[in-house]
Design a protein around this ligand. Structure first.
Ligand SMILES: Cc1cc2nc3c(=O)[nH]c(=O)nc-3n(C[C@H](O)[C@H](O)[C@H](O)COP(=O)(O)OP(=O)(O)OC[C@H]3O[C@@H](n4cnc5c(N)ncnc54)[C@H](O)[C@@H]3O)c2cc1C
Length: 399
């Protein structure tokens, strides 16, 4: 496949689906996104998105809203127990909310109007068609007459189907497409959960709001840590006082065992007390998954984003992976690389991040034996890459 497919069906209308949809539509393909959720206006699940070069590149090329998409974080500050300014690292990531990125991408893809984007951009010369159909759960895939037939069920229970030259499976960690193509996947529960939530800056005392204002904070405690950073609400306001402090706290399933604010413990997070202001915290089991292939049906079905590889959230690279997949496929469609080369690169980068997520997760939650095993596997993997002459630097970095 070395040219752009004419008709594309994308399964899953979250960030991976929208990156690929926007890229293809802007380059002239006709794209239909099928999303099982019946709502157009979906919200972030109380967590922020961190992103880097690849997302930035897609927005730079294809976002015509002119809106600010993120709040740049100038650095990462490490706090260790009560030492709130223990260390500072020059890691710069762009931080935003899922809901804002979703609204910006929808405005560009199918002109969806929202509180964040009240005036969506008009289609551009050379654009293909972009349709985003909600309430469509994909249930079947069949190769037919050189195309792929995609079967779905609507939220009213009606059955339907579409034909496409290419099907992109962007349907997340529990991917249906991955099951339908019988992909081999290593899927595991980490043994811990992540609590997360947001607090409006306006609810914090000024000193606490200032502490979180312009940097990502990692607060290491006994056998756990809390990561916090500023994000905009889904409506896209960046005015200080309206933004949200987003926090994520990996913990053993029994929260009392490691609670950062548990009085008897000798260490407390700077967010302690403040994070109790979160009215509706979320709890998610931390899983990861890694597929052995991304390309199926002779290149007519491709898995991308979390459907291909889901990482433990410690390095926050899921959204970046989705955008990297998209830019890489762009190079395939532009004739700069083959689909097999793209798949190899996606597998190597995916496995690198999958291993790194496991190491940091084990370190941050005080699972020392798991940490040593993870580190050993990572070193063996990196040495294997070096021996095979694969450029590890390029794969591990942002570009
Ligand atoms: C509503 C929502 C809010 C999120 N909020 C955050 C957040 O705040 N912070 C964060 O770090 N990550 C968040 N995520 C996850 C984040 O989007 C991903 O980890 C990452 O960006 C890669 O996403 P993805 O598009 O590959 O997969 P996902 O984001 O998991 O999206 C998969 C999509 O596929 C759809 N789908 C699944 N099966 C089918 C099917 N059979 N037919 C049709 N559609 C199907 C799902 O409904 C979903 O919309 C959120 C995801 C969703 C769906």
């Amino acid at each position: 496949m070395n040219s752009l497919p004419k008709s594309v069906v994308i399964v899953g209308g979250s960030l991976s689906g929208l990156f690929h949809g926007l890229y293809l539509k802007r380059n002239g393909s006709n794209v239909v996104i099928l999303e099982q959720d019946p709502n157009n206006f979906r919200s972030s699940h109380q967590a922020g998105i961190a992103y880097g070069y690849a997302v930035e590149e897609i927005l730079h090329r294809y976002d015509a809203t002119g809106l600010q998409p993120c709040t740049p974080s100038v650095a990462t500050r490490i706090a260790y127990h009560r030492r709130q300014h223990f260390m500072q690292l020059g890691i710069i990531r762009h931080l935003t909310s899922w809901g804002l990125l979703y609204r910006i991408l929808r405005a560009n893809f199918d002109g969806m109007m929202s509180d964040a984007v009240p005036n969506p951009p008009l289609p551009m010369p050379g654009d293909g068609e972009g349709a985003y159909l909600v309430g469509r759960r994909v249930t079947s895939l069949e190769p037919e007459h050189g195309m792929v037939k995609v079967g779905f069920i609507t939220s009213d229970g009606e059955e339907g189907f579409l034909y496409a030259d290419l099907v992109i499976g962007a349907d997340g960690v529990h991917s249906t497409i991955r099951n339908l193509v019988h992909a081999q996947v290593t899927k595991e529960y980490s043994g811990y959960v992540a609590w997360r939530g947001t607090i409006c800056e306006c609810e914090l005392v000024p000193a606490t709001a200032l502490y979180f204002a312009d940097r990502t904070s990692l607060n290491f405690l006994s056998d756990t840590y809390v990561v916090s950073y500023i994000i905009p609400p889904d409506s896209g306001s960046f005015t200080p006082g309206t933004r949200l402090v987003n926090w994520v706290w990996p913990s053993k399933p029994d929260p009392l065992a490691t609670a950062p604010c548990n009085p008897p413990r000798r260490s407390r997070s700077p967010l302690c007390g403040s994070h109790l202001l979160t009215r509706h915290p979320f709890i998610t089991k931390v899983n990861d998954a890694l597929c052995d292939r991304a390309v199926f049906f002779n290149g007519k079905v491709i898995l991308v984003g979390d459907a291909f590889a889901t990482f433990r959230p410690h390095f926050a690279v899921a959204t970046e992976q989705a955008a990297r997949h998209c830019l890489g496929l762009g190079r395939v469609w532009g004739g700069e690389m083959t689909l097999q080369e793209w798949e190899e690169e996606a597998k190597t980068w995916g496995k690198t991040q999958w291993l790194r997520g496991r190491i940091l997760g084990a370190f941050g939650t005080g699972r020392w034996w798991e940490f040593v095993k993870g580190l050993w596997k990572y070193v063996a993997f990196v040495v294997g890459l070096k021996v095979r002459g694969i450029n590890f630097q390029g794969l591990g970095g942002q570009h």
